[in-house]
Design a protein around this ligand. Structure first.
Ligand code: GLU
Length: 443
């Protein structure tokens, strides 16, 4: 049987690194098995879900290189949820409750004060038909709780191994609110059943939900998928991801010049027993991917590590991999090979193009020295070998050596103290501009 995974974001904001990691892990798992991943938009919260976020999520996933075999929206599935509600009710697994939020809060505090776990006391199960009729006559509308079997719920988790949760330690979850809207649990399970999901990989914040969901799957007569819970991402100091790091949306990263493959390479390996490696394609990541390599410990996400990886990736990229994205008319492979080692983001290449093509303003500290140097510029075509021949001649005539020889030339020719190897830049700048810049003219 072919495997089916799903990524189920709520379109109430932009995807950030934490979401992207789960999307990627689901996608990689699907590819590894030769299965598929669907995209499910959990858009039942009408107040917070927007079409714009739904579109942005799809755009960001595509940017990462991820695709999905089907797109499903929970907002279009109310009929399926209504049917499941009827099934569960008929099976005696749903019961109406009438407590207000304040009443529940009060009960919770009283239990805590008595050192009891703050679980729901199932008082509503004791209500008689007459009690319910009276409450409804007062204008109270019921919310509906799922009656958990108070047994130990077990599953073999792809990441956590054997997991056991005691059903008796949990509150019966509310599945339907008093306004009739289903909360997250039931739609999620109904969708996983109807969309034939075989594997559910999500954050470890869902572990206790999974225990509930297993009972809902069973109550609906469905087989239970395989689960995997990925530990959450932490900040570089081991604390929760701060706004600055964790809320980095994929669009911010993209706007800051981070390459999608740097994000993919990092997120596929963070929190695993394997070292992070720079990959140039998702196929390469799939080949080295194994969900079982994820550890149970929280992973640290460090924006500095991502920036570093991004730079290293750029330094390795071949011309063929970037030429369509570079968007610098006239730039060629020689230029790319000369400058790629100095980029921290792809856009930096534009600055170097400006440096080689000009016009740029040379930095001139010693005009006499530069005039003497200009006279030594080798005749004929400027090639990568010209720099060595030229500087040897300049050294012989002026006596300058080391930094005193190279720095004034670099400053005059590029306007900056650091940059790509001069032997590679020289042919790109060309004789005319070299001579202009050595005499202090913008060229
Ligand atoms: N929309 C839910 C979330 O983002 C989906 C959780 C799940 O994967 O079931 O937390």
């Amino acid at each position: 049987m072919s495997t089916r995974y799903r990524f189920a974001p709520s379109p109430t904001g932009y995807l950030h690194v934490g979401n992207a990691r789960l999307a990627l892990i689901n996608w990689l798992s699907a590819k590894k098995d030769g299965g598929e991943m669907i995209l499910r938009l959990d858009d039942t919260d009408e107040d917070r879900s927007t079409e714009a976020y739904a579109a942005a999520i799809q755009e960001d996933l595509k940017w990462l290189g991820l695709d999905w075999s089907e797109l499903k929206k929970q907002s279009e599935r109310s009929e399926a949820y209504r049917r499941a509600f009827e099934t569960l009710k008929a099976a005696g697994r749903l019961y109406p409750c009438y407590e207000t939020g304040e009443e529940l809060d009060y009960k919770r505090k009283r239990r805590l004060a008595r050192k009891l776990p703050p679980v729901y006391d199932r008082a509503a199960l004791e209500l008689t038909e007459a009690d319910k009729a009276k409450l409804e006559a007062e204008g109270r509308k019921p919310h509906w709780r799922f009656k958990l079997d108070q047994v130990v719920i077990r599953w073999e988790d792809m990441v956590r191994g054997s997991v056991e949760v005691d059903g008796a330690s949990m509150s019966d979850p509310v599945l339907i609110r008093s306004d009739g809207r289903p909360l997250y649990h039931m739609p999620s399970v109904v969708d996983d059943i109807d969309f034939a999901i075989t594997h559910v990989i999500r954050g470890e914040d869902h572990v206790s939900n999974t225990a509930l969901h297993i009972q809902i799957f069973e109550a609906l007569g469905a087989s239970v998928p395989t689960f995997g819970h990925i530990p959450l991402l932490m900040g570089p100091d081991g604390g929760p991801l701060s706004k600055r790091e964790g809320s980095q949306s994929l669009r911010e990263l993209r706007a800051n010049g981070i390459e999608a493959m740097a994000v993919d390479s990092l997120l596929a390996r963070l929190g695993t027993s394997e070292n992070v490696e720079i990959c140039h394609s998702l196929e390469e990541i799939v080949a080295g991917f194994d969900i079982h390599h994820f550890s149970r410990a929280a992973a640290k996400f460090d924006p500095a590590e991502l920036a570093n990886l991004n730079a290293k990736l750029l330094h390795q990229l071949d011309w063929a991999e970037v030429k369509d994205r570079l968007a610098i008319p006239g730039a060629d492979e020689t230029f790319w090979n000369a400058v790629r080692g100095n980029l921290t983001k792809l856009d930096d290449a534009k600055d170097w193009w400006q440096v080689v093509r000009g016009p740029m303003t040379p930095v001139v500290e010693n005009a006499d020295f530069l005039r003497a140097a200009a006279e030594q510029l080798p005749d004929g075509e400027i090639t990568p070998e010209s720099w060595k021949a030229w500087t040897t001649a300049v050294k012989e005539t002026t006596g300058a050596k080391g930094k005193a020889l190279f720095m004034p030339l670099r400053l005059a020719l590029t306007g900056r103290p650091h940059g790509p190897e001069m032997n590679n830049l020289l042919p790109l700048i060309g004789r005319e501009n070299i001579l202009a810049r050595l005499t202090g003219r913008a060229g």
